[in-house]
Design a protein around this ligand. Sequence first.
Ligand SMILES: *Cc1c(COP(=O)(O)O)cnc(C)c1O
Length: 373
Amino acid sequence: MDLRKRTWAEISLDNIEHNYRAIRGSIPAGCRFLGVVKADAYGHGAVEVSRRLERAGADYLAVSCLDEAVELRMSGITLPILILGHTPREYVSELIGLDLTQTVTCEAKAIEYSEEAVRLGKTLRIHIKVDTGMSRLGFLCAGGHFEQGIANIVSACTQKNLDPEGIYTHFAMADEPGAEAEAFTRGQFALFTRVIDEVKSSGITFKIRHCANSGAVVNYKETCLDMVRPGILLYGFGDGGRLGLKPCMRLMTHVSTIKHIDEGLPVSYGGAFVTSRRTRMGVIPIGYADGLLRALSDRCSFISESGPAPQRGRICMDMCMIDLTDLPDVNLESLIEIFGEKQSAETLAAAAGTICYELLCSVSKRVPRVYVD
Ligand SMILES: *Cc1c(COP(=O)(O)O)cnc(C)c1O
């Protein structure tokens, strides 16, 4: 079956590996590398990306939930896998059976997991998550919560049949410019190391202490500790050009219909765009059900072999229109790049008022991934 018949995403695993090596080269020797492959590896295909990372020498993978981890294990991935989100206690036997590492974010969950593991007569490997300022998941340890936070972490780590292999936290602003973001990030890191030291005085140490997401890998080398945890860098973004990363996804379609329409005609739903000249209008088979954000309507161009074609009218579920009047060489079947090589996903994301993360993982299941190397 030809995967390129409608709209498709070309994925370069060689570029994933290139980025992996570039990141590896920028972190201290001996530091472990965890590749974040949640959300289907930011849209790139978690199984394929994980296989390549495993082959290239990564030490760990992370996903958001049990189902994502199951998919990797069923595909033969043997690397350690950390589940970043919550797993209900009913699934502890799966966690242990599939040799997964579960994040523990509070004492109550540690107790639940421990009870299940004891009942099964087995041990669950865990990583403790510390909330140092993200105000999302983790043991609250900031300010007046410090003492209680430490006590709760110690309690969690000493529950029966839990193996606390690691401890981690997540930065909220490591990728943001400015003195305020820098002070906040340094404050998070200082609190994280203070928590580790304090827990150590109760005799508990962790083999893997980790906190560096992509922003921290690039901007705060001292936070690499025992393992780094980059996501977006692997997919080619977020280094500000400093690591020479390459984008790994190219979202492609082609012109499926061309019509000449008169001046003064409304185009697409709501007639929000009206032609200001006689227009050679192309229809391309990609819409918001493919992940092309509707917020981009009338705010972007897509790239033909002979240059950019402005998108016109509201983006529909399955298709949208582009103005080919000034691109006479573009014909039926001509290739159109949505983003990838000629137009960065970051440029298109900015036009939609969002970040490239959202654009990449919005590319929907309907869009076949074509591995091009
Ligand atoms: C998603 C995620 C990462 C990776 O973030 P990037 O900004 O893509 O590097 C790291 N750690 C945690 C806990 C995450 O949820």
